[in-house]
Design a protein around this ligand. Structure first.
Ligand code: HEC
Ligand code: HEC
Length: 267
């Protein structure tokens, strides 16, 4: 009888102890803001369980930049069927939203109105404020050709949010004709740069180099040559790498950092 009881006690105690241990691990996240394991740990291709608006808009911005790096998909090799013959590009790059519509979202009316990225296509700025369901239809239409295998329906919600609510008018900060910066507080920018960006890019911006045989490409190089691109990346981060973004702060901070970044060494 005694053995019978203790057998039952063990049967009850051991599993409940296990439940307690497992339960404790799983409930570390009280608000359900992230899943345990890989998706919580990967800030590049993972996602929080509860999406903040700032996270979603920045994620959409990275899809706009380069969706296959942003989402960890296979990159297309063909030229986009809607890419015009007048454009100077071919292959994968023609599938990036920014290649047809520009870093400044103004297409032919912005920086890409001339030069090697000219495509003659209008921007997405006219779609700012458009209902997200309508933007989704435009992206899924056959002319665009973005399938669910490329961008899932969940991810589509991020890029449509970006198009509808995440754009800025860069002409307030950058002269799009001369591609030069016309706004920003360099002192405040120095503060943000030194406390945020320098952790990865170094105080002089030369810790990371994405250049090639033709030359170095540092934060300073890029901010000077392509301020519209860098402003987009400051707001949304560079796709497919663990970079921070300033999406949840007023846009002025991004402009300040941009202005300061353009004072850093270019080579
Ligand atoms: C190969 C070139 C190309 C690429 C890449 C491309 N688009 Fe477009 N997009 C177009 C063309 C062409 C139009 C139609 C323009 C017109 O009506 O004159 C268009 C129209 C749009 C519009 C409607 C703009 C308006 O004012 O009505 C939106 C929004 C849009 N694209 C978003 C995107 C997004 C988001 C991506 C990336 C996921 C993307 N596009 C990639 C060529 C492209
Ligand atoms: C946590 C690390 C980290 C922080 C913080 C960070 N970055 Fe980055 N950034 C990266 C990485 C990694 C890359 C990819 C570099 C490469 O392609 O070799 C990158 C890329 C970039 C690029 C463009 C690369 C390209 O290919 O065009 C720019 C511009 C940039 N960062 C600017 C900034 C600015 C400005 C800040 C501060 C607001 C910042 N970064 C903060 C890690 C970081």
């Amino acid at each position: 009888m005694k053995r019978y009881i203790s057998g039952w006690v063990a049967y009850l105690i051991i599993p409940s102890a296990l439940v307690l241990v497992i339960g404790t691990t799983a409930s570390a996240d009280q608000d359900g803001d992230y899943d345990d394991g890989a998706t919580a740990e990967s800030i590049t291709h993972g996602q929080p369980a509860q999406l903040s608006d700032a996270w979603m808009l920045a994620a959409g911005g990275r899809i706009y930049d380069n969706w296959w790096n942003a989402l960890g998909r296979v990159k297309p090799t063909s030229t986009h069927p809607s890419y015009p013959a007048a454009g100077g590009k071919e292959g994968s790059v023609t599938w990036r939203c920014k290649e047809c519509h520009g870093w400044d979202y103004k297409g032919v009316n912005g920086v890409y109105g001339k030069g090697s990225h000219y495509s003659g296509i209008k921007g997405i700025d006219g779609a700012a404020g458009m209902p997200e369901a309508e933007v989704a239809k435009i992206i899924r239409n056959p002319d665009h050709g973005y399938t669910k295998a490329m961008i899932t329906d969940d991810e589509l919600a991020w890029i449509t949010a970006f198009v509808s609510r995440g754009q800025m008018d860069m002409s307030q900060y950058i002269n799009l004709e001369t591609r030069t910066i016309i706004a920003g507080d360099v002192e405040r920018g120095r503060g943000v740069y030194q406390t945020v960006c320098a952790a990865c890019h170094g105080f002089d911006g030369r810790l990371l180099d994405w250049g090639d045989e033709e030359g170095h490409a540092y934060v300073g190089t890029e901010a000077t040559a392509a301020p519209d691109e860098v402003l987009h990346k400051i707001q949304n981060a560079h796709p497919g790498v663990a970079m921070v973004n300033l999406r949840s702060f007023p846009v002025e901070y991004a402009v300040d950092v941009l202005r300061y970044a353009a004072t850093l060494p270019t080579e």
